[in-house]
Design a protein around this ligand. Structure first.
Ligand code: HEC
Length: 166
């Protein structure tokens, strides 16, 4: 193996090792491919706005804990308020959506926190078990991207603004 190849492989493997170290013995489905930053940057997301169709906790079949509270940052709020002749084709850079998954419709325990954040036109993802600060997934895991590809610009629970009705 050339030195250059070795360096390239090391660069790919190193963040993976971080994931393994963080996850402990329980091997995650997908390595943590990037150092987690999104949840920390989100701060107190429970003070954020909620999408109109997700103002209350919602029972879901998605792999997100059974009952979810969904929070949107200012960028998403501004996008949702946009009225454009052709509607909005994609969410703006800086958009962040945080999902808190619970095991009950009322009260219950926090079983999962999931975050998606758009930067330079690309979504990054993080998922945590309960209130843990060690991510189970971080970066651009295929598992998140694959299923969320079914949504409008990867968002599954609410839609991009349509063109105004004629
Ligand atoms: C099998 C499909 C599936 C997989 C895999 C999946 N999600 Fe989701 N996710 C959904 C669905 C469906 C919703 C909408 C739930 C609702 O109706 O409120 C959702 C909601 C979310 C939301 C709230 C914003 C939105 O799109 O509605 C976030 C954030 C999120 N998921 C993050 C993740 C992350 C991070 C991963 C990977 C670790 C992941 N998801 C994997 C199906 C999936």
């Amino acid at each position: 193996m050339s030195t250059r190849q070795g360096a390239a492989i090391a660069a790919v493997v190193a963040p993976g090792l971080l994931g393994v170290a963080l996850a402990g013995c329980e091997e995650p489905l997908q390595p943590v491919s990037e150092a987690p930053t999104l949840l920390a940057e989100a701060g107190d997301y429970t003070a954020w706005a909620r999408p109109k169709n997700r103002e209350e906790r919602q029972p879901v079949v998605a792999p997100h804990g059974g009952f979810v509270d969904t929070y949107i940052n200012d960028v998403v709020v501004a996008d949702l308020a946009m009225v454009l002749p052709e509607g909005l084709a994609e969410w703006s850079d800086g958009a962040t959506v945080v999902l808190a998954g619970y095991d009950a419709m009322e009260g219950g325990s926090l079983v999962q926190v999931a975050v998606m954040h758009k930067q330079d036109g690309v979504w990054a993802w993080e998922q945590y078990d309960g209130a843990s600060d060690q991510p189970r997934f971080a970066g651009r895991p295929d598992v998140c991207v694959g299923c969320h590809g079914a949504g409008e610009d990867f968002v599954r629970s609410f839609r991009l603004p349509d063109p105004p009705k004629k």
